[in-house]
Design a protein. Structure first.
Length: 275
């Protein structure tokens, strides 16, 4: 009996050594993400794609983490805010790498060493690249680390959407996406996140709940008076630290500050429409 028990213990120890229990489930999330990203090298680039039939840059990131049960935002702008920021010197496999080239922004996945994988529009496929190459290094803008507890607030997501349209021209009566007036802009941005706003600044001044200037939070609507006409006439989106994003005739979609006397003296109210 004791001999049989001893043999069973030895066999169990040997099997555990060769095939560690739970090894797959305990593998670091980042390492598994990097492995999946490598498997997609060579897949075609397809604008709007998020499956192995074709990817765009943010679609590849979205797909990879989706395979691991982690919900990552779909757009490049939101991915630039998601997770925890990390320095280039601290990169680990699975980190989302942020790039910018001229007016374009895109994302990739760091897979170890000095290698990153992304869906390249110019090459028409998912590629690898060396972060130490001069051309690649110049485009590097940062990195984000994803964990199973990573999350982004809806306010950050709304702001990220708004920032995608920086520089888009102003046109009175326009509702986007190539031209906006002020309330058309806010309506468009919030609609992208399932929040319906009425069309005019006067109507938007009545939605949600009122908040005081001292209690402003990111994503609040800022209502202004006496700009191009008397009374309520302008609206923007608060982005924190006294700043907001809006659209005006001279600069289109742009940032502004409540510290500027023009805007400070014309701030009428603020409305919270986010949950």
């Amino acid at each position: 009996m004791y001999k049989k028990l001893l043999v069973a213990v030895v066999l169990l120890s040997l099997l555990t050594t060769l095939f560690p229990l739970g090894a797959a489930s305990e593998a670091p999330l980042g390492a598994r993400a990097a492995e999946i990203a490598r498997e997609e090298v060579g897949s075609p680039f397809v604008r709007g794609g998020e499956t192995p039939r074709g990817f765009d840059a943010s679609g590849l990131v979205y797909y990879v983490f989706g395979q691991l049960g982690v919900e990552v935002p779909r757009t490049v702008a939101e991915q630039h805010l998601f997770g925890e920021g990390v320095r280039r010197s601290d990169l680990s496999p699975g980190d989302i790498v942020l790039f910018a080239h001229e007016e374009a922004r895109f994302t990739g996945i760091f897979v170890g060493g000095t290698t990153v994988v992304w869906a390249s529009r110019s090459l028409g496929r998912v590629r690898t690249a060396n972060l130490n190459e001069a051309a690649i290094s110049r485009m590097f803008r940062g990195a984000r680390r994803i964990t199973r507890s990573s999350e982004t607030s809806i306010a950050d997501a709304v702001i990220a959407t708004a920032e995608q349209y920086l520089g888009v021209p102003y046109l009175f009566g326009a509702e986007g996406p190539t031209r906006f007036d002020c309330s058309g802009f806010t309506q468009w941005v919030f609609a992208a996140h399932g929040i319906s706003l009425p069309r005019t600044s006067r109507s938007q001044a009545l939605v949600g709940r009122a908040v005081s200037r001292n209690d402003l939070a990111k994503g609040d609507l800022l209502i202004f008076v006496d700009t191009w006409r008397e009374g309520i006439s302008h609206v923007g989106i608060y982005i924190g630290e006294g700043r907001f994003i809006h659209t005006v005739p001279r600069s289109g979609v742009s940032y502004a500050s409540l510290e500027q006397s023009y805007w400070s003296t014309r701030l009428h109210s603020a409305r919270r429409v986010l949950p």
